[in-house]
Write a protein that binds this ligand. Structure first.
Ligand SMILES: [Fe+2]
Length: 318
């Protein structure tokens, strides 16, 4: 990591939350909401039930406003600055008093939907999730799965990738929240910042870096059209590379493209700067999607294995 990454990510004085770098990467900011902030936000949540925010999109912004106001708007300012700063671009959001067992996790299910909705609407606006038909997806990973992608398959590593590769919507950020977890051993989130990828320049300056690739999705994604874009999409406002890559859904049309993508996958999977992040129940990871790759480490098989996750993908609005 370069020295710039060690600078304070945003000159905002936090009110009602604390900030500390994640031990394995100074880039990732750990944001912890105080117990008082959570208490005040929970009373706002009484007005905006999960059903209400599903039915009325504008209430999602009311939730975001309620949380941001409790922090005197310092939370919104910090999260915006963090996501846009190339040296950081991601945070792990936690709060004081997170569930410590399954019973507590189940009790807080609605609150976790509300909290993630507030955060996503502070960061921007979620895209419609075609797989689940809502602005968020909530799904369970269990010991057995017969799906057509690695998303819900427990016993294998889900390789590093960016989201939104096979849709035409801008996917500036990805939010991944842990809703519940039982009998899990392993399964950490995996993250790699583009600037920590040692082979970045080798692939970025390759003749195929900007050549259009075809992308398609398996039937479960409910996206039938093909999209075409290069793996290195347009640079960010400062001219830095941005990646839109996923191994499973690339449909190379010739051997050169196939070999380029294969080599990229091999390089990413052997990158030692990839970090493991333990996401506790009630925590959420939010990353700028085109500067961070994400994945999931494999689990240890267990009959009673169960993990519930919530996902939102969206774009910036300012
Ligand atoms: Fe993903």
């Amino acid at each position: 990591m370069n020295a710039l990454a060690l600078q304070k990510p945003a000159s905002v004085s936090p009110i009602g939350f604390t900030v500390a770098p994640y031990p394995a990467s100074q880039r990732l900011q750990v944001v912890t909401l105080s117990a008082d902030t959570v208490k005040a936000f929970k009373s706002s949540c009484e007005t905006y039930s999960v059903q209400a925010i599903e039915y009325k999109p504008f209430l999602r912004f009311a939730l975001a406003e309620a949380l941001d106001k409790i922090t005197d708007y310092s939370l919104g300012a910090f999260l915006h600055a963090t996501l846009r700063d190339r040296n950081t671009g991601g945070f792990l959001l936690e709060y004081e008093g997170q569930p410590v067992n399954t019973e507590e996790a189940n009790q807080e299910g609605d609150f976790h939907v509300q909290l993630s909705t507030a955060i996503s609407h502070i960061c921007g606006i979620p895209n419609h999730d075609a797989m689940y038909g809502k602005f968020y997806a909530r799904f369970t990973v269990e010991n057995k799965d017969n799906s057509d992608s690695y998303l819900r398959q427990a016993h294998r590593r889900m390789e590093l990738h960016n989201d939104g590769t096979f849709v035409n919507e801008q996917t500036d950020f990805v939010l991944m929240m842990k809703m519940a977890e039982e009998n899990m051993d392993g399964g950490d989130s995996l993250l790699l910042h583009l600037d920590d990828w040692k082979d970045l320049n080798k692939f970025y300056h390759h003749p195929l870096a900007k050549q259009s690739i075809q992308w398609g999705a398996p039937p479960s994604k409910n996206v039938s059209t093909k999209v075409h874009h290069p793996v290195f999409i347009d640079e960010d406002v400062n001219g830095n590379p941005q990646l839109s890559y996923i191994d499973q859904f690339a449909e190379p049309q010739n051997r050169a493209q196939g070999l380029y993508l294969h080599a990229m996958g091999e390089s990413l999977e052997s990158e030692e700067n990839c970090i493991n992040v333990r996401v506790r129940v009630g925590s959420m990871l939010v990353v700028q999607n085109y500067m961070w790759l994400h994945g999931r480490d494999k689990f240890v098989a267990h009959e009673g294995l169960r993990r519930e996750l919530l996902r939102q993908r969206g774009h910036f609005t300012r």
